[in-house]
Design a protein around this ligand. Structure first.
Ligand code: ZN
Length: 173
């Protein structure tokens, strides 16, 4: 059960937010997004953002990174950070996902409420879906990749084949 509900956003909203961040950074036309370097840039641009590389045992076994939305503090597992630095697509996407949480909830201030009910939360109101959607749009910019196949997208954007495939399926809708 999703613990939180966030104000509804569509994929095209999230695409617009990802493009906004890319433009703000002067990276609108860059295929291979420098996500690791972005951590330091964000810390310079946004005083409320901070991040930390933590030893693997600090976070749970299945947690690769997390974001404290009250403080804007992102923690990334050391092994994830190192693989992201060497270009591993999945780990690059993990960092983008956490930046998605930070950017939507802390920077843009999407309103978040606790889910007390037993009802299923539709995906567009789920903070996890929003972060995933933002990360995909940030790492795989629609305008630059809409005519590419997944294998090419994975190569030029530095993302996993699965992520490239998922994203390109959205183009056909
Ligand atoms: Zn998440």
């Amino acid at each position: 059960m999703t613990k939180y509900i966030v104000e509804p956003k569509s994929r095209s909203d999230m695409r617009a937010y990802a493009n906004l961040l890319r433009r703000k950074l002067g990276l609108a036309d860059i295929l291979y997004f420098p996500i690791v370097e972005l951590l330091d840039s964000l810390a310079e641009i946004f005083p409320e953002f901070s991040y930390e590389i933590v030893p693997d045992h600090v976070l749970g076994k299945d947690i690769h990174a997390d974001t404290d939305i009250r403080t804007g503090h992102v923690r990334i597992k050391e092994s994830v950070y190192e693989r992201a630095c060497s270009g591993e697509g999945r780990d690059r996407m993990t960092i983008a996902h956490e930046i998605g949480h930070y950017f939507t909830l802390c920077h843009c201030g999407f309103r978040l409420t606790r889910n007390f009910g037993k009802t299923e939360v539709p995906c567009f109101k789920d903070p996890e879906w929003q972060a995933k959607c933002f990360a995909g749009e940030l790492m795989i910019p629609y305008q630059l990749t809409k005519d590419m196949n997944p294998a090419r997208i994975a190569r030029v954007c530095g993302v996993s084949f699965d992520a490239a495939l998922y994203q390109s399926k959205k183009y056909k809708k």
